[in-house]
Design a protein around this ligand. Structure first.
Ligand SMILES: Cc1cc2nc3c(=O)[nH]c(=O)nc-3n(C[C@H](O)[C@H](O)[C@H](O)COP(=O)(O)O)c2cc1C
Length: 349
């Protein structure tokens, strides 16, 4: 079978993808096959299928419109900030070739432009954002693009150096709420200022952020985007503090690794020795995290929804995540290279 063109072109800049994309099939929205499914519920909303795309690949309303047309019923609008932030220079995406599954101990992996299956990539963007006066009207358009049984989730994060980070998260949430996004998602799998490497591991700060966001936007469900937690104690501590306040947990984000070229040099450039890896090689970690969250959700009698993310590229993976305890499933890497993924899953259920 001829490989499909990705809807995001890794060889051109983020800005060019933003302005010219989406590409491939996502640029052709007439005559897309529609597959009916039995509707289900996600966070009290009716959805055609609790499947979609997590924060990242859907850069703006043009991408979201295409994803909805191709049957991705839950679409997360790429993480936005309260102030503009430039994207890292190219390369932002490279194919990586780990031997089997990637560990969570900063493995060194070969990276190049040979995008072969099973596909894993490194992505290194630095969570770019336009200013709110650009992304707010665009997110509003994306929200309106949802058809019956479809929904936009607005992802946001606070930025270090914009005053107290908790307040910046709350302001970002308020700005997202103004676009009428029906569900909010706080990206907490980003670097932290304090002792913990990632913000989501800093439970005190997470609790403060959740309280600030819930005070700023009390009338929208709040999902937290989490990285992979190696230790159960951290999961228990997070759930003890915020498990009854939040509405959902989406996990996982990428696993960090050291991508190198064939000569062993940092493939993303000397000043970026590390990059996040996603796709096939991290599915084990997504499933593991979902399974542990589901276990503690039951033990602690909590009710948040779980969104399973990580290396989903076919209907078996979709089923595996649901069986492990996810209420919804999302795919980024595989969906970027296979815009027909949601249609294929719906046909093979
Ligand atoms: C191109 C790209 C950009 C991403 N940007 C974001 C982002 O802005 N915010 C976020 O929370 N996650 C981001 N992610 C992480 C994805 O949401 C997802 O958690 C991760 O890719 C694992 O899923 P996958 O294995 O299906 O790719 C990005 C992923 C990709 C591939």
């Amino acid at each position: 079978m001829k490989p499909l063109l990705p809807f995001y072109n890794p060889s051109i800049s983020y800005e060019d993808n933003y302005n010219q994309g989406p590409f491939g099939l996502f640029a052709q929205l007439d005559k897309v096959e529609q597959v009916q499914t039995k509707p289900s519920k996600f966070l009290n909303r009716e959805v055609n299928l609790p499947f979609g795309m997590p924060a990242g690949p859907l850069l703006n309303a043009n991408y979201i419109r295409a994803a909805f047309a191709y049957g991705f019923d839950l679409c997360v609008y790429k993480t936005v900030r309260t102030k503009p932030q430039k994207c890292h220079p190219l390369p932002n995406v490279l194919s990586v070739h780990p031997q089997g599954k990637l560990s969570c101990n900063l493995d060194t992996v070969l990276a190049d432009t040979n995008y072969s299956q099973p596909l894993s990539i490194t992505n290194s963007f630095g969570v770019p954002s336009f200013s709110p006066d650009i992304w707010q009207p665009d997110m509003e358009k994306a929200v309106k693009a949802a058809g019956k049984g479809q929904c936009v989730i607005g992802s946001f994060q606070g930025t270090k150096g914009n005053g107290e980070i908790e307040k910046d998260y709350a302001l970002a949430a308020k700005l997202v709420r103004e676009t009428n996004a029906p569900i909010l998602e706080a990206n907490l799998s980003c670097p932290n200022e304090g002792a913990s490497k990632l913000l989501c591991f800093d439970v005190d700060r997470v609790e403060r952020i959740v309280n600030e966001v819930k005070t700023a936007v009390p009338d929208r469900p709040l999902i937290l985007k989490l990285a992979y937690f190696p230790e159960d104690e951290k999961i228990i501590s997070l759930l003890t503090r915020v498990g009854s306040i939040i509405d959902g947990l989406s996990t996982i984000n990428t696993l960090s690794a050291k991508p190198v070229d064939a000569k062993g040099h940092p493939a993303l450039g000397e000043n970026r020795p590390e990059g996040g890896v996603c796709g096939d090689a991290i599915r084990w970690a997504g499933l593991d995290m979902v399974g542990r969250l589901a276990k503690y959700r039951q033990q602690m009698q909590l009710e948040f929804a779980i969104i399973g993310v990580g290396g989903v590229s076919n209907v078996d993976h979709y089923r595996q995540f649901l069986k492990t305890g996810a209420d919804a499933v999302m795919s980024a890497t595989a969906a970027m290279w296979n815009p027909l993924l949601a249609i294929e899953i719906k046909k093979n259920l």
